[in-house]
Design a binder for this molecule. Sequence first.
Ligand code: NDP
Length: 320
Amino acid sequence: MQAIIVDHVGGPEVMRLVERPMPTPGPGEVLVRNHFSGINYIDTYYRSGLYPAQLPATLGNEASGVVSAIGPDVTQVQVGDHVAYLASQDAYAQYSKAQASRVVKLDGLPLDTAAAVLLQGLTAHTLVTRAYAVSPGDWVLVHAGAGGTGRLLIQLCRHLGASVIATVSSEEKAQIARAAGAHHIILYTKEIVPDAVRKIIPEGVHAVFDGVGKATFEGSLQSLRMEGSMVSFGNSSGAVPPVHLFELSQKNLKLLRPRLYGYLLTEEDHRRHIAEVFRLVEEKVIDVHVFNIYDLADAPKAHEELEGRKTTGKLLLRIN
Ligand code: NDP
C-alpha cells in the first residue's frame, strides 16, 4: 500500500510517498481502507520535530473509510461498514489499523464530512464543554477564527449563547469568521489585541481559546477579565515559553493547557463526544468548510499552505 512517511524531521519536503507493507489487524482491531484523511496542524509538529515522533513515522491523526478486514474478537463493526476514527499518526496511508472499540460507524454521514469534522470538531466541543464551559452571556475570544478549529469554536460558542470576538490575519479570513458567527473581528496583524478587546468589552473577556500560542499568549492574558480562563491549546506560531505564575495572580486567572486525547480516555467519553459532534453537524449547528482536498502525494503542498497561513477551514487528503 502507499503511505506518506517521514524518516527525518524538517520542512514539508521531508514527507515522501512510499510503498509500505499492509498492516494486519490483531485481536480487537480492524483494518480500514482509508478514503479521506484529515490534515491537522499537529501533523506539522510531528513532521517538524516540535513534538517527538518515533521515526520513520507515517503522519495523520484521523481518517474515514471502509472496513476491509477485522481481527479476532471484533463485534462492533463488519467488513464493508463506513467508519471514521482518530488514528495514531498512521492515517496518511491507503490502509490503517484501528481499535474496533474506537471506530465510529457512519450512519449516513458522508466520508468526506466525517474526516473533516472529527478531530477539529472533537477539539472544539471538548474545549467549550470541559476546558471552559461556555455559558449564555459569556464573552469569549477565539484566535485564528477562520482556521479549521477556530471556525468550529466560533460556531459552538455562539450556539452556547456567548458573544464571540475572533482574531484573523486578513480581510478575507475576517469574512469567513464573521460568516461562522463571530460578533466582532480583530485583525491581529494590524491591531493590538487586548486594546481592541477592551474597546469592544471594557471588562475583558471571560475566556480565551488560543491555538496560536507564542505570538498571542501575552495578549490573551491581557484580554481576560478578573477570574478569566486562558485555554491555551496549540502552537501554530510556536510553543509558548515557560510562564511565570505571578502573571496569573493579578487577575486570579485560570490557565489550562488541554490535549484532546485527555478528554477521550474512556470509551464512554469518546462515544459521547463523537455522537454530540455528529448530532451538531446534522442539526447544522456546526458545518464543515473544506478549503481543499489534496491527493495523498500532495501532502507536502498541503502542509506548506497550512503553515504559510494560506488556508481556511479544513484540509483533506483524498486517498485512492
Ligand atoms: P488552523 O486551520 O487553525 O491553521 C492554523 C492557523 O493559525 C493559520 O491559518 C493562521 O490563521 C494561524 N496562525 C497564527 N500565527 C501563525 C503562524 N505564525 N504560522 C502559521 N499559522 C499561524 O489549524 P488547526 O485547526 O488544525 O489547529 C489550530 C490549533 O489548534 C493548532 O495550534 C493545533 O495544534 C491546535 N490543536 C490542538 C489540539 C489539542 O488537543 N490541544 C487538537 C487540535 C488542534 P491566521 O492567518 O488567521 O492567523
